[in-house]
Write a protein that binds this ligand. Structure first.
Ligand code: FAD
Ligand code: NAD
Length: 405
């Protein structure tokens, strides 16, 4: 009998976890497994704010796919997915096409710019290794230029971060630590640099624990971050942004606008013909697409409702990895002829956000609030745990975070 063809799109948290679990569950004769990814490496998307601020190198945040995937069991294809055609069981790549019996869509997130004029052209995004490295280089370049022009341009030293959700806040924490180093390196007075956060809601981290929000504000303000809350970013040019607060508009001159105000699923999902809800596939409890039984969707491309809050679960790496385990289990069950598929149940391990390498805050073990040094250690444990789940102790020793001060 012909071996079923399983094709996995994307080697982020969802796709790579599905692959490494599946390679353990299935023998070479059970199925042909193909993993497709744009690059030959996986990047830790949850560390990209550090790459973008320049507090870790791009190489620290990525590792070769061949280091964790068994290439004797998995066919790895480095290529870019151009379109998913579920009615024909086909995926079109830049350099060819693939047919499948079972598909796993794990193509992750992209920035949501909500049609705000000039954003996609002029703002910097923290989306992947290349966009994060570009932001780091751009900030360095502007600091380097500042003292090399007769007429000093304040726009070079104003950095605006749109969005005070977890991504914006984590980036601000890293940036606030990096700016004094940059000032020293380029002979710039720290007081000349402005770091401005623009958040549309009345508070940063809307909906999060108020005490921890307060802690975050204090930690970041003490390091020179200015907050403009209740202010919507309305437009962006290469020279600045426009914000609106209480019906009044204000222009802030800057050469560096960072857009961290929301994500959406990879737009290939919306274009695919899979039934979707605002670009995400509202998967069945077993993680299959309702319109196509042989298509699984995990991670930021999938939508699952939290019955307690009656809202969708947020797009996180934590959920992507848990979904991937269920997806791998269900695929292995189907391939081996079983029909009892597992349903996804979210096991909330908590939320911890870094505020630089030596500060953090969050909620763990149900409702325990942590902040400061202990939270920072916990954040590193969480980062190392994720490496462990994908690549075992070897990957932790190679890429793990062990600096505790
Ligand atoms: P991704 O991790 O986005 O992976 C998608 C993969 O698909 C990538 O390898 C990409 O290269 C590949 N790909 C995309 N398009 C194509 C294409 N056309 N062809 C081929 N390959 C393609 N979540 C947490 O739980 N905890 C955190 O602390 C946390 N911190 C974060 C910090 C930052 C700065 C950001 C931006 C996000 C953070 N998140 C965090 C959210 C988390 O990173 C995402 O929810 C998670 O990455 C989603 O995993 P995924 O597998 O769905 O997609
Ligand atoms: P988000 O949607 O969580 O936050 C975006 C923020 O931008 C919101 O506070 C929103 O009010 C604000 N905003 C939207 N439009 C705006 C505008 N025009 N002007 C000003 N502000 C505007 O997005 P995110 O922070 O990128 O996070 C994406 C996902 O990744 C979330 O699920 C988050 O939980 C997860 N994440 C988790 C961690 C962590 O657990 N440590 C870290 C980063 C991201």
């Amino acid at each position: 009998m012909k071996k079923p063809n399983i094709v996995i799109l994307g080697a982020g948290y969802g796709g790579l976890t599905t692959t490494v679990k599946l390679q353990k569950k299935l023998g070479a004769n059970d199925a042909q497994i193909t993993l497709v990814n744009k690059h030959d490496y996986h990047y830790e998307a949850t560390w990209l704010h550090e790459v973008a601020a320049g507090t870790i190198s791009p190489d620290h945040a990525r590792f070769a796919i061949k280091d964790v995937v068994d290439l004797s069991k998995v066919n790895f294809v480095q290529d870019t997915v151009v379109s998913i055609q579920p009615d024909d069981n086909k995926v079109i790549l830049e350099d060819g096409e693939l047919e499948y019996d079972y598909l796993v869509v794990a193509l992750g997130f992209e920035a949501a710019t909500f049609g705000i004029p000039g954003l996609s052209e002029n703002a910097f995004m923290i989306n992947n290794i290349n966009s994060s490295r570009l932001l780091r280089e751009h900030i360095d370049y502007n600091f380097a230029m500042y003292n090399n022009e007769i007429e000093k341009k304040q726009e070079r030293l104003n950095i605006v971060v749109g969005g005070g959700g977890f991504t914006g806040i984590e980036f601000l924490g890293e940036l606030a630590n990096r700016i004094p180093e940059l000032c020293k390196e380029y002979d710039i007075d720290r007081d000349k640099v402005r770091i401005i956060n623009v958040e549309g809601a009345p508070t940063i981290l809307p909906g999060f624990d108020p005490q921890l929000v307060e802690y975050t504000l204090n930690s970041l303000e003490a390091r020179g971050v200015e907050f403009k809350v209740g202010a919507l970013l309305k437009g962006c040019t290469p020279e600045g942004i426009v914000i609106e607060k209480d019906g009044e508009q204000e222009e802030i001159p800057t050469f560096t606008t960072v857009w961290a105000a929301g994500v959406r699923a990879n737009s290939l999902v919306e274009q695919s013909g899979l039934e979707h809800n605002r670009g995400k596939v509202e998967v069945k409890p077993d993680l299959r697409a309702p319109s196509h039984e042989n298509v699984f969707v995990v991670g930021d491309c999938a939508l699952i409702w939290n019955k307690e809050t009656e809202r969708p679960y947020p797009p996180t790496a934590q959920i992507a990895m848990q979904e991937a385990e269920v997806c791998a289990h269900n695929l292995a069950t189907i391939v081996k002829g079983g029909d009892e598929l597992e349903s996804f149940e979210f096991n909330n391990m908590g939320t911890v956000a870094s505020l630089g390498h030596n500060d953090a805050m969050g909620v763990v073990f149900g409702d325990k609030k942590i902040f400061g040094w202990s939270a920072s250690i916990m954040k590193k444990v969480i980062d190392n745990r994720s490496l462990f789940k994908i690549g075992g102790i070897g990957l932790v020793l190679k890429k793990g975070k062990f600096n505790i001060f």
